[in-house]
Write a protein of this length. Structure first.
Length: 290
């Protein structure tokens, strides 16, 4: 995770330490590094200005430590911009209905299962709705995942109405006084009108309490564009960024945390059921600065 960024940051500290780079050259160096790692331009600029300010303030034993600390502070401010007050574990409503949306392959189905597992591990009772009825494979995939984690699933046959699957899952939850309904959905492009209408119907029928956009961190800073385009059509409350474990660059998480006016709630850090982490700035800074 973030190997490339980590390496570049370390190199900068070393160069500051050996005098290869003058102190006043450091901020533009940082900006360059961030751009190389697919961080959005405005964000790279903000971080480097922020870094420059901190660099004048922090006092440490060595120049290398000062650079590292200043960078850490500069990044922290940016990552903390849209901190969330959404408390998924204490939603104050039962069942709490969560809908996951996003384009194909971003990790919706996997994340439904990870989130169900996370809630179950926290003593909550969950039912999952297999509302990606577009492909039979998606229903099968979610069934297997749910069986593995011991969470009930409501499914209809492929091709049936996704909103009615969600409706049945909510009925199921009401009858058994379950805590959560998690709704999977078919991947859709912002441009596919049929699928967008289907999503609007889902919103009307299931009335989700929380809608989460799933974004793949491998698309880098384009994640911001993807999220903004989605937002024009379908309202969502926060995002989950997946595949951070395979992301050497960090462009998506840094750009999204800074530019999107919606919080990053969780991040996906692998393919196993336990690989969902609450988004926490220090966790990431520790991974980057070790
Ligand atoms: N390495 C890694 N792979 C992931 C993560 N989340 C999802 N995937 C993989 O991404 C692929 C697509 O996931 P899927 O849930 O089917 O995407 P969907 O089309 O949005 O439902 C699968 O192979 C998942 O195992 C993650 O956090 N890390
Ligand atoms: Mg899926």
């Amino acid at each position: 995770m973030f190997e490339s960024l980590k390496k570049l940051f370390r190199k900068t500290s070393e160069e500051a330490s050996s005098g290869t780079l003058r102190r006043d050259e450091l901020p533009s160096r940082v900006r360059e590094m961030l751009l190389e790692n697919d961080v959005a331009f405005d964000v790279a600029e903000d971080i480097s200005e922020n870094f420059s300010r901190y660099l004048q303030k922090v006092k440490r034993r060595t120049p290398a430590e000062e650079v590292k600390e200043a960078l850490r502070y500069a990044m922290k401010d940016i990552l903390d911009r849209n901190n969330s007050d959404i408390d998924i574990l204490n939603p104050g409503k039962k069942p709490f209905v969560i809908l996951l949306i996003g384009i194909n392959g971003t990790g919706k189905t996997t994340t439904v299962a990870k989130l169900a597992y996370f809630l179950k591990e926290n003593g909550k009772r969950v039912v999952v709705a297999a509302s990606d009825t577009f492909r039979a494979g998606a229903i099968e995939q979610l069934s297997v995942l749910c069986e593995n984690i011991g969470v009930p699933i409501i499914k209809h046959t492929a091709g049936s109405d996704p909103a009615s699957v969600a409706f049945d899952a909510i009925e199921h939850a009401n009858a058994r006084k379950l805590d959560y309904v998690l709704i999977d959905s078919a991947g859709r492009m912002q441009t596919n009108k049929n699928l967008l209408d289907e999503m609007k119907k889902m919103k009307r029928v299931a009335k989700p309490d929380l809608t989460i956009l799933i974004l793949d961190s491998m698309v880098g800073q384009d994640a911001v564009f993807q999220a903004e385009t989605f937002l024009k059509e379908v309202a969502f409350d926060g995002v989950i960024l997946t595949k951070l474990d395979t992301d050497a660059k960090g462009g998506a998480i840094i750009s999204i945390a800074s530019l999107l006016k919606k919080p990053v709630l969780y991040v996906g850090v692998g393919q196993e059921k336990g690989d969902l982490k609450k988004f926490d700035t220090s966790y990431f800074l520790d991974r980057i600065f070790g």
